[in-house]
Design a protein around this ligand. Sequence first.
Ligand SMILES: NC(=O)c1ccc[n+]([C@@H]2O[C@H](COP(=O)([O-])OP(=O)(O)OC[C@H]3O[C@@H](n4cnc5c(N)ncnc54)[C@H](OP(=O)(O)O)[C@@H]3O)[C@@H](O)[C@H]2O)c1
Length: 358
Amino acid sequence: MKRVALLGATGSIGRQAIEIVVAHPELELCAAASGSTPLDDVAAPLKQVGGDLTELLERAQPDVVLNAVVGFAGVHATLWALEHGVDLALANKESLVAAGELALAARLRGGGRILPVDSEHSALFQCLEGREPEQVDTLVLTGSGGPFRGRRREELETVGPEQALAHPTWRMGPKITIDSATLANKGLEVIEAHFLFGVPYDRIEVVIQPTSIVHSLVRFRDGAALAHLGYPDMRVPISYALTYPQRAETPLRPLDLASLALEFAEPDTETFPMLSLARSAGEEGGGAPCVYNAANEVAVGAFLAGRLPFLAIPDVVHETLETVGSGSVRDLDELLTLDRQARACAEGALTAAAGGRG
Ligand SMILES: NC(=O)c1ccc[n+]([C@@H]2O[C@H](COP(=O)([O-])OP(=O)(O)OC[C@H]3O[C@@H](n4cnc5c(N)ncnc54)[C@H](OP(=O)(O)O)[C@@H]3O)[C@@H](O)[C@H]2O)c1
């Protein structure tokens, strides 16, 4: 019996995770948390709406923490699991992006395992399993390109939340859906892959695969490339992480190979600068990924609230990175301070960015 603490139980990943837990008698939900939505319909002995997630985890003592909180708010739970040697099924990529170095140090001390839930990283994890790092040439993250794939900048000047929320292949929460439209999601994933797999940035590629059937691939030094294929359905990576290493059954139909046409394309980093901005923040290291993440969260919130044009999201992030720099993140307190500083700076940049674009 594996006892699962589910953080973000009311979200898109959270709901699908409950479906997986209910379907598998060897999984038991020992705790569930949300930010502010009531958990009346969630069956778990311990439930918490808002408040300190690590206190809940202390009480629950789970075998695995599924961190499906959205945004930086998930950082304490990620560090708690790694520090306590508890398996971390990680959907909350923002915590690993913002606190990558601290998370790796906590994992080293605590011995916790990270089982990626992000579909691309779950794919990479599976392609890499059992292979030595020196055999790996590059990691290739795939992305659908989002709802605005193929559009030029001038065509995106007036797009609003409704259009940006219409993702072509995945049904997800609003923040990650906007991140997919700007390619910030792919940028966060590049940084996430760097910390998860210890591969330098110049050996992490991004390629567009519009139907999201190829979830990612690994190129090896002998010229072979191993890919992970499947329909875009998050229940597969959630189930893989929760039942690892068993790979339990899911209700998905088998891939109909004859119906597939797999096309690949380069990402358009000129129209979608959030990908290159993430790569530079990752390469700069230190607190730069935390600053990138914080500014992006502020900009996405403002875009969703109708306070910022779509094309101004990267302007806010760029301005914040330039102003705040990479700061110092020797411990959690410094990380929290840097995150706050970056958010305040991004709030200030909103006005200029929104005004500058009329
Ligand atoms: N959705 C996907 O298919 C997908 C795929 C890959 C990775 N991910 C990653 O998984 C994470 C969750 O995404 P999602 O799409 O499931 O988001 P979502 O639908 O917006 O759900 C977010 C969850 O986090 C909770 N939450 C928000 N702020 C919180 C706080 N301060 N403390 C505790 N809980 C809080 C929310 O609770 P309330 O309901 O109370 O607000 C909700 O349960 C993100 O990091 C995302 O990047 C998602």
